[in-house]
Design a protein around this ligand. Structure first.
Ligand code: FAD
Ligand code: UDP
Length: 381
């Protein structure tokens, strides 16, 4: 009898497996439908010996000290600050839009103060910022919105920014200084030996059994367990009873190039050209020294593995219907990007999983008679 069946060996499932096994001394079975652990953060060496991220570039950044310290138990870090260029009007310019972006794009020599005035002169103020279009147009006006955001977003999400919640493009700030880092978080680093190695260390505990290549639906009624932690898509869990929640997918096209360097930045975004959104060159992220280099193109798709929840009001409403069902199942805990239908970064998922662990611990301490080490305890009754 397992105390917990954990569905999904990504950040959400693995953090909970580790905490429950190591701190609460629970017996855990973690299953994943894929043939590897680490979920979308999975990295591996390709046939040329280059470390690549199978599911696209994963850059770790957080302002949360507890999250960084928690993960630091399982990995050393390589300091890394991410930088991105966008291909616009035949030039490669920094994104997030900053002082240098404007000066390069318009051949100007504005100062930080002047660029602030420039933005103020072209911005279209909005009373309420509701959509992803509103966010950008209210800060930098329509022309820059169209050059950098409109087409990229339509490509990535399959809908116009005016139909997406503001939170999507609000991930990318506007700056009047020359800071060309993609993120400004306190902690920015890559796991020194990769994400998969970090996950291996998290999951290497005698209380944790790992089962790969397994759809949980094939074993859930066969393998006895007290409680479940579910990190897959919430609509799948409920057999799509209210209809499918939309997720955006990607096709990753990996290539190894017979040269030591491919492009002048870790990521180059292509808002207005090509069917792909961006190209990532992994060596910048991993720091690997190698005579060849490896890149990945991201082609957005409607169908395929679910990668991105699509933040817009009607989807949030549909998710709430599923959440109401989930709230009625006290022995199943929904956590992570797919199970809570939130466009979360890795650190947010780690924080969410640590919070759930704390809640479970408090519950078990407060009501030990309901703790799952008593077989078939009826929770919530
Ligand atoms: P996942 O990693 O998706 O894990 C869920 C697991 O459940 C999967 O392994 C899946 O196989 C398994 N599963 C699903 N259904 C079943 C089933 N029926 N049976 C068994 N197992 C099942 N975040 C950052 O912080 N920085 C970045 O730079 C960054 N870049 C990203 C780039 C891309 C292209 C994408 C798609 C995401 C990126 N993210 C990034 C987000 C990051 O991937 C997620 O926040 C994180 O991986 C979510 O972890 P999770 O455990 O919730 O989900
Ligand atoms: N975005 C854009 N142009 C860019 C970069 C981002 O329009 O050059 C928009 C786009 O809608 C994207 C969102 O901002 O989906 C968030 O960008 P981010 O780089 O955070 O996306 P992720 O890495 O999560 O795919």
């Amino acid at each position: 009898m397992f105390d917990y069946l954990i569905v999904g060996a990504g950040f959400a499932g693995s953090v909970l497996a580790e905490r429950l096994a190591a701190i609460a001394d629970k017996k855990v079975l973690i299953v994943d439908i894929r043939n590897h652990i680490a979920g979308n953060a999975y990295d591996c060496y390709n046939e040329a010996g280059l470390l690549i991220h199978k599911y696209g570039p994963h850059i770790f950044h957080t302002n949360s000290r507890p999250v960084f310290e928690y993960l630091s138990q399982f990995t050393a870090w390589r300091p890394y600050e991410h930088r991105v260029l966008a291909s616009v009007d035949g030039q490669l310019v920094p994104i997030p839009i900053n002082l240098d972006t404007i000066n390069k794009l318009y051949g100007s020599t504005l100062t930080a103060f002047e660029v602030e005035q420039f933005f103020a002169s072209i911005a279209e103020p909005k009373e309420t910022i509701r959509t992803s279009e509103d966010v950008v147009v209210s800060q930098v006006g329509r022309e820059l919105y169209e050059k950098f955001f409109r087409n990229y977003t339509r490509k990535q999400w399959g809908i116009d920014p005016s139909e997406l919640d503001k939170s999507v493009t609000a991930r990318v700030p506007t700056r009047t200084n020359r800071d060309d880092r993609y993120f400004t978080d306190t902690y920015q680093a890559m796991p020194l030996h990769g994400y998969t190695r970090m996950f291996e260390r998290m999951l290497s505990h005698p209380n944790i059994k790992i089962m790969l290549n397994t759809d949980y639906r094939d074993i859930v009624d066969i393998i006895p367990h007290q409680e479940m932690i579910f990190t897959g898509p919430i609509d799948l869990f409920f057999n799509y009873c209210y209809g499918k929640l939309p997720y955006r997918s990607l096709e990753f096209k990996h290539e190894t190039i017979n040269a030591s360097n491919y492009q002048p930045a870790p990521v180059v975004n292509y808002p207005n050209e090509h069917l792909y959104t961006r190209i990532t060159e992994f060596k910048y992220l991993t720091g690997q020294d190698h005579p060849k280099t490896s890149i990945v193109y991201e082609y957005p798709q409607a169908e395929g593995d679910p990668y991105y929840p699509v933040p817009r009001p009607d989807n949030t409403e549909l998710y709430k219907q599923y959440k109401a069902l989930a709230d009625n199942l006290p022995q199943v805990h929904f956590v992570g990007r797919l199970a809570t239908y939130k466009y979360y970064n890795m650190d947010q998922v780690v924080a969410q999983a640590l919070t759930l662990f704390k809640t479970l611990q408090e519950r078990d301490h407060l009501t030990p008679h309901l703790a799952p080490d008593r077989p078939f305890a009826t929770l919530g009754s």
